[in-house]
Design a protein around this ligand. Sequence first.
Ligand SMILES: Cc1cc2nc3c(=O)[nH]c(=O)nc-3n(C[C@H](O)[C@H](O)[C@H](O)COP(=O)(O)OP(=O)(O)OC[C@H]3O[C@@H](n4cnc5c(N)ncnc54)[C@H](O)[C@@H]3O)c2cc1C
Length: 411
Amino acid sequence: MSPKLCDPAQCTGCGACRNACPHDAISLTFDEEGFLSPKIDSKLCVDCKRCENACPNLNPPQLARTADPTVYACWSADADVRAQSSSGGMFSVYANHILARQGVVFGVAYDEKNRAVFVKVENVDELKKTRCSKYVQADVGTIYRTAREELEAGRPVLFSGLPCQIAGLYAYLNKEYPNLFTCDLICHGIPSPILFKKWFESLDEQYEQRLEGVDMRAKSQNATEMSIALTLTGDESRTYIPWSQEEADYVGQYFMTNVSLRSSCGQCQFATVPRQGDVTLGDFWSLGLHVPFERRDEIPRGVSVNLINSAQGERLVEQVKDDAVWFERTLQEVKQGNPSLTQPAKLHRKRERFVRDSVALSYSELRRKYFNKLGPTFLERVQARIVRRFRKIVGKPLRQKIARLFGGGSE
Ligand SMILES: Cc1cc2nc3c(=O)[nH]c(=O)nc-3n(C[C@H](O)[C@H](O)[C@H](O)COP(=O)(O)OP(=O)(O)OC[C@H]3O[C@@H](n4cnc5c(N)ncnc54)[C@H](O)[C@@H]3O)c2cc1C
């Protein structure tokens, strides 16, 4: 009997099974959709079942997390850190605090081949490379083992990752550590490393092999829409490209339409409140849209949404209170702009074809086949129009009554 890991369609690639195997019988290799998935070497496997026990899909960690977290809109008091971060720079606020206590931080950086990988950070200078969202699945490698070594050594540890990766860490550790602080991110879902690599190489070719790095959430002084920023050899200033342009199609079209996401993102059991991390970070998209917010002028500089999910999270917040600017808000307000907080991604109807093509085709062939061809079908447009009319004609109280009649508590 060999171990039975979770259904491949549900596997998030968190790598807890690989980290847990004492015989290194599990490797993460690229599957036919371009994602890293576990593969068991039956010659090395002794069927000890530690991989099964560490799988967060098979054994979701039982964590003391509140369903009613305190919610803040907040940002780093350090304007430079905030400018270099995706939203309000709160990850760096927590990370700096842990580093100042001789602790260690785990996050995602690009390696020398521009692959997104989990890394251990020991000082403020190294922290820079983990800043900003890399919208691609990062290789976990054996980082959970390294985190456990640091925890066992008694150092304060901050581990930041997507909810499935935080669940993977806890399932792997299977033990509580008072020196562990975790931060999960609100997650839209993740594209594959193979697709990212092809996009990066196509840009590199276009810019005559001068591309050193790409920032997918660039903040420029005069940007009016989401942009990527390219760092090119020999150019002091960065090249900004709005997400709506063809060169940024990886994020603007394939990430945002959910056509490039991992299949497990469509049934993610970690897209929920209570969360996995002690704190949750994201972008406060709906801030001030429905409930007045007195500092609206701050929104273009980036505002984080920050959920405090546990007593450990509360302790952490208390210790960094002076390093950030805080405004208490409600969970309801966050949900209005962040469906990914509580719902798995709705995968695009062409997802399966797209991800397989992303492995088989060159990036230019992929672009020819899918660029500007991912909008709703005629039927979907008609359905959407009917729903909009229905909502206009029928008022909210009546809609709620109908929902209750059909068994739903609310809409
Ligand atoms: C794949 C992905 C999807 C996201 N989807 C949403 C969303 O739908 N809604 C929303 O509100 N926020 C989303 N976020 C979170 C958001 O983009 C910011 O990362 C978050 O607001 C923290 O920003 P910051 O300014 O505090 O710090 P930053 O310095 O910008 O945050 C960097 C943090 O993100 C981590 N990180 C970067 N790339 C990855 C990666 N590939 N995998 C795991 N961790 C990574 C770093 O380790 C670091 O901890 C997503 C992030 C990622 C990586």
